[in-house]
Design a protein around this ligand. Structure first.
Ligand SMILES: [Fe+2]
Length: 271
């Protein structure tokens, strides 16, 4: 019997998150958090250097050694670019080196799948993070998101173009697109095409309601989740990471060979 079937047949199965296990520190298993909004003052994440450092401190307390900082790039709302993000990233890195010299951060982005993103792919001007795939091959990951209210159009072509340009697309918080909650085949299609599926710790903690939790849980149970991410905008998201360390569902996943977070290598900087 596979470990998921054992888990499913265990008495702890539930429609709601359950935090009834002795706590595990996620960072000890995941090493790197790969989705966060910790660069201060550039999107809806951390607003000050002080807040940024607090988020890093909380990640370190959970055992993390690295973080990929993925500020929003959305042409209408957050017109960020490598150009606008580099200076505040470097300032933050300087402050981190002073306090926690062992901790590594890497500049990437969370791209909204809009026309601007297509332009960035065509121009090969992308912020990405380095990782290893299941076969130990070096890959370049690009984190992207869809809109929350309307399903994407033309995404298959854009993602194909991204792959043809040599990148691995990484879908942010797959469970947070309600229009696909009853179209699970959309996730399977992306997964089958080589898109890495990620879910948020806050969703697994129940912060976005039972339906979102159920979708995140199903993605995990089907073995489709490569990464659990903080998507840290504020401390409440780190609180969620701490909470799900007591979830049997998450603990089983952490101890399987499915998490790809530890394969993130920060030595290869793109700055
Ligand atoms: Fe995000």
């Amino acid at each position: 019997m596979s470990w998921w079937n054992r888990l499913r047949s265990s008495p702890g199965k539930s429609a709601q998150p359950e935090f009834n296990q002795p706590g595990m520190r996620l960072g000890e298993y995941l090493i790197a958090d790969v989705h966060s909004h910790i660069i201060p003052g550039v999107d809806d994440g951390a607003e000050s250097l002080e807040q940024s450092l607090k988020l890093i401190e909380r990640l370190i307390e959970l055992g993390y050694q690295r973080a990929v900082l993925t500020s929003h790039i959305h042409s209408d709302i957050y017109p960020n670019s490598k150009h606008t993000l580099t200076a505040p990233f470097l300032k933050l890195r300087e402050a981190i080196v002073d306090r926690w010299p062992e901790f590594r951060i890497h500049l990437a982005a969370e791209y909204f799948l809009d026309g601007h993103f297509e332009d960035c792919v065509a121009a090969n001007e992308l912020l990405w993070f380095p990782a290893l795939d299941e076969n130990g091959r070096s890959i370049r990951c690009v984190l992207f998101e869809f809109g929350f209210h309307e399903p994407p159009i033309n995404h298959q072509q854009v993602l194909f173009d991204l792959q043809m340009a040599g990148y691995t697309p990484v879908l942010a918080h797959a469970e947070r697109y309600p229009y696909w909650h009853r179209q699970f085949s959309e996730f399977e299609s992306l997964h089958d095409r080589g898109v890495w599926i990620t879910v948020n710790g806050a969703s697994l903690a129940g912060a976005y309601g039972p339906e979102t939790y159920q979708v995140a849980k199903k993605l995990i149970e089907k073995g489709m989740v490569k990464m659990i991410c903080s998507d840290a905008h504020a401390e409440r998201h780190i609180d969620s990471l701490q909470a799900i360390g007591k979830s049997a569902l998450v603990q089983q996943w952490l101890q399987s060979d499915e998490p790809m977070n530890p394969r993130v290598a920060m030595e290869a900087t793109n700055l």
